[in-house]
Design a protein around this ligand. Structure first.
Ligand code: ADP
Length: 431
């Protein structure tokens, strides 16, 4: 029921009442007295309802307001309608919250809602099983007080939540967890933790398998290669059909040998994730040696190779791995650029970073392939790559080496014009 009123109606009502009491008073010869008594009664009536309203608002237990007729009846009805509307909204909101919680409880992952100051607002049951965060007991605690790992602290400080953070569960050390944080609502953060122990174990098994197989293949390959070379060098000349067969065997064994070597480097780079064996490496000297060593690769190609190496650029890292990464990029430029090409190698400081680049005027790479180049065994033109002795592992090695040297690889290439492979390392503070 709607009640419409206006100030004019209310005003005309009160004036009519006062005129009426004045007329009645006039008949009794007491106009003013009648008007005053009626005004006082009106005031008393309003005050008594004000009193009832205040009492109901502050002390009342029932949601229904006091009963009254006239204007106060309208006021109480209006208030009652508002309260009922509010209650309905509250009920709907509670229902939504309950549904959200049921949904979050059904998640296979731990979910924690944090404030922007990283204090805990809510967590599901899985959060208590995986991270030991108990809701509602831990509400208001900062998440980094409960998950006390340096890698998690670094992750929070870094503020880059696009990549996940791997930690061991604080309450079950057999579990490996992948944490992801994302902005949620206008001023909240959602933290999701997933048990990735199985995936990590399988990944480790795969890495161990590749490392073991490559290691086991190395010895028989060396023996076969040794015998093939021995036969080829023997005094008693081989019949021409056998010469051809032995040359093919030698080429294929060498290819396999290179592949096994690269697999070993890759699995070492994958397993060597820590910075324990990192030392100061003089990148300028290392690159100078690599450039000299790669001269023999250029013997048949006759490229014009120039280099501009800034002296004494030092970074903290694993020399062996860094050498593989730089060598792979330079040897690719030599191998994939047609004979007589121009290759430029530069090592310099640029914009507070160390920048290593190899630019060639070779065939270039179509843009759709660029993102896939660092995948294992990815080769654009398999037959050509096979001719160059390529296995498709070179840039995968580069990617892994850069991962644990905080390096970045950028590939700029234009089809049929040439390519530039650029590596950025962060410069040491004491350069
Ligand atoms: P591979 O051992 O086959 O050289 P890489 O991982 O080093 O493997 O390289 C992957 C692919 O990227 C190569 O097969 C080749 O097609 C392409 N590639 C790499 N470097 C160059 C380059 N400088 N110019 C053109 N293509 C290149």
């Amino acid at each position: 029921m709607y009640f419409r009123t206006s100030a004019r109606t209310l005003f005309s009502r009160i004036i009519s009442l006062l005129i009426f009491s004045g007329i009645v008073g006039y008949f009794f010869g007491q106009t003013l007295l009648f008007i005053s008594v009626v005004s006082l009664c009106l005031l008393a009536w309003h005050y008594s309802h004000l009193y009832k309203l205040i009492k109901w608002l502050w002390q009342g237990k029932s949601i229904s307001p006091p009963q009254a007729s006239g204007i106060w009846g309208r006021i109480y009805d209006g208030l009652y309608r508002r309260i009922r509307k509010q209650r309905l909204k509250q009920k709907q909101l509670n229902e939504r919250i309950r549904k959200f919680r049921d949904g979050a409880e059904a998640l296979p992952d731990a979910a924690i809602v944090l404030s922007t100051e990283l204090s805990i607002l809510w967590g599901n049951k899985k959060a208590s099983q995986l991270l030991g965060v108990q809701w509602p007991n831990d509400v208001g605690q900062r998440i980094d007080n409960l998950i006390r790992y340096p890698e998690f602290a670094q992750y929070l400080d870094g503020g880059n939540y696009d990549i996940p953070c791997l930690i061991i569960s604080p309450i079950n050390h057999d579990l490996q967890l992948e944490l992801r944080m994302m902005a949620y609502g206008s001023d909240q953060i959602l933290l999701l933790a997933r048990d990735v122990s199985k995936i990590q174990r399988l990944d480790q098994m795969r890495r161990d398998f590749v490392a073991n197989v490559s290691h086991e293949l190395k010895t028989p390959l060396t023996v076969v290669r040794g015998y093939v070379e021995m036969v080829q060098m023997s005094e008693s000349a081989l019949a021409p059909q056998w010469q051809k067969a032995f040359t093919t065997i030698e080429t294929q064994v060498s290819r396999m040998d290179r592949l096994v070597d690269q697999l070993l480097i890759l699995s070492k780079a994958e397993n060597n994730v820590g910075a324990e064996n990192h030392q100061q490496v003089n990148l300028s000297d290392l690159l100078q040696t690599i450039v000299e060593d790669t001269q023999w690769l250029n013997q048949d190609k006759h490229h014009s190779i120039s280099h501009d190496i800034a002296p004494n650029i030092v970074i903290k890292g694993n020399e062996h791995e860094l050498k593989s990464a730089l060598l792979n990029i330079i040897s690719n430029a030599i191998a994939y650029t047609p004979s007589g090409g121009i290759i430029k190698i530069v090592l310099e400081y640029r914009d507070d970073k160390i920048r290593f680049s190899v630019k060639d005027n070779g065939p270039g790479i179509k843009s759709e392939y660029i993102n896939r180049l660092t995948e294992r065994f990815f080769r654009i033109d398999k037959s050509r790559s096979r001719d160059t002795g390529g296995s498709g592992l070179g840039l995968a090695i580069v990617k892994h080496v850069l991962n644990h040297h905080q390096g970045e690889l950028e590939i700029v290439s234009e089809w049929q014009k040439g390519s530039e492979f650029i590596i950025y390392f962060s410069a040491q503070a004491d350069k």
